[in-house]
Design a protein around this ligand. Structure first.
Ligand code: NAD
Ligand code: TDX
Length: 397
């Protein structure tokens, strides 16, 4: 029996992780969800899970020392998975301070409360010792490594040399890249946005707690996730929403920035593996082998929606526009994001080699699943996009 404290599980990735572990572990776990329910957190996302007797929900801030200490003293927590964060780069440009508060101070508070609760004594050298089986997993991002160059304008075959990774992904066709370099766990940290600066600071505190206090930790750094329950301020869900409403599709700059897209359930599996089998103190990169330029993501999303509408006329019910107007004319090139990172590309050889994980979902399959989910869950979209979202959207575009 393991007890998890999962922060930020009313948000996109945390909710998908919660759903994954509840299904996978049947009766062998208890989960405390700690979430402040910011604009990005929605109880509707985990409605079914909250009815599960194994789950307890606590509304609160990860930076609240008293509250978090109380959670640790009420329950013998084994695993902390810290998803809670301010996660949107554009918001970090308009309001950086909040990112320091949650992402840095919040993480440090979680670390400190876990350290105090798990400590059993000191070893001969004065280092703290901890109860067995405890782990703090910090969910970080590839953005801490900064920005890679784009070496090609058109995709080329993947050049990652690790034979084991090549073998693992050989069942997947058309794995492509836009550059010669990738982020490995050894890549120097080089954050460039207020968001990534705050996530990097958090990573450094996690490392410091491991080095200084020997805390049992892991850090995972993943690429751009996509899938069900993704908040429609981020590229893919925003594009899907706008297409269905016949709105313009804002593409920043020239649309040639490259992101590596990871299907959220593949990510949930990776986190679960690192939590249970990852070597203490290690960082693991988690990527999708799905590099693509933003403009191509937008075009592929348009093409897939049109195809699904034709194959399944039922879906047309959700359209607020004429199907014949859904085409590339909706694309609108807008001003670029300040300090817009050009390319992210993860080399996930380490997690593949050590833990046998690899990204199972090719983009064409993941995007179709994602679009179908949005078409079938318009109530969720309407709920999360009410209130503040409208104000945010009008101010941004
Ligand atoms: P999200 O914005 O969808 O959800 C964040 C959740 O955290 C929300 O439920 C929110 O209510 C909660 N939260 C925010 N501040 C809080 C606080 N102070 N105390 C408690 N709860 C708080 O984020 P996401 O996309 O699911 O990302 C989850 C984590 O993964 C983040 O740490 C993010 O940096 C990281 N990450 C995300 C991506 C991605 O593509 N979405 C990629 C790499 C890393
Ligand atoms: O309207 C848009 N138009 C556009 O061209 C939006 C919202 C984005 N973009 C571009 C900016 C990026 O190059 O699309 C790309 C993806 O943007 P986001 O969805 O905002 O993601 P990104 O900035 O890459 O960051 C995401 O991945 C790393 C997550 O939001 C972070 O939390 C994570 O750490």
């Amino acid at each position: 029996m393991k007890t998890y404290l999962v922060t930020g599980a009313a948000g996109f990735i945390g909710a998908n992780f919660l759903k994954y572990i509840l299904k996978k572990y049947d009766k062998d776990l208890r989960v405390i969800v700690l979430d402040k329910l910011t604009y990005a957190g929605n109880l509707g996302t985990i409605k079914k899970e909250l009815e599960d007797p194994r789950v307890k929900f606590v509304k609160g801030d990860i930076a609240n020392a008293e509250l978090v200490a109380q959670l640790f003293s009420d329950t013998d927590i084994d695993f902390v998975v810290n998803f809670a964060a301010e996660s949107h780069v554009d918001r970090s440009i308009t309001d950086p301070q909040l990112f320091l508060q949650t992402n840095i101070l919040g993480t440090q508070n979680m670390l400190d409360c876990a350290r105090k609760a798990w400590m059993t004594g000191k070893d001969a050298n004065g280092y703290p010792t901890y109860r067995d089986g405890k782990k703090f997993l910090q969910v970080s991002t590839d953005e801490v490594y900064g920005s890679l160059n784009k070496d090609f304008d058109q995709p080329q075959p993947l050049t990652i040399t690790d034979e084991r990774v090549k073998n693992i992904v050989k069942g997947r066709k058309n794995i492509q890249t836009y550059g010669m370099r990738y982020f490995t766990e050894e890549t120097p940290l080089d954050p460039r946005s207020p968001y990534s600066a705050s996530k990097t600071s958090a990573d450094l505190f996690v490392r410091a707690y491991h080095e200084t206090f020997r805390m049992p930790v892991n850090i995972t750094r993943c690429s751009n996730n996509y899938g069900p329950y993704h908040f429609p301020e981020k590229l893919i869900p925003l594009i899907i929403k706008n297409i269905l409403e016949g709105r313009k599709l804002p593409v920043y700059g020239k649309g040639d920035n490259v992101r590596d897209w990871l299907y959220v359930e593949d990510h949930a599996k990776a986190i679960d593996l690192v939590l249970n089998k990852g070597r203490i103190g290690e960082v693991y990169n988690i990527g999708g082998f799905n590099e693509e330029q933003n403009i191509n993501i937008v075009k592929l999303t348009i093409d897939t929606i049109v195809r699904l509408m034709k194959e399944c006329p039922e879906y047309r019910k959700v359209l607020k526009t004429d199907i014949n107007t859904i085409n590339y004319d909706l694309i609108s090139y807008v001003g670029d994001r300040l300090g817009h990172d050009m390319r992210y590309a993860i080399d996930p050889s380490k997690i593949a080699r050590e833990l046998g994980w690899y990204p199972e979902t090719p983009f064409s399959e993941g995007i179709e699943k994602t679009i179908r989910w949005y078409l079938e869950n318009q109530d969720w979209v309407n709920e999360v996009a009410s209130g503040d979202y409208q104000k945010y959207y009008e101010q941004m575009y």
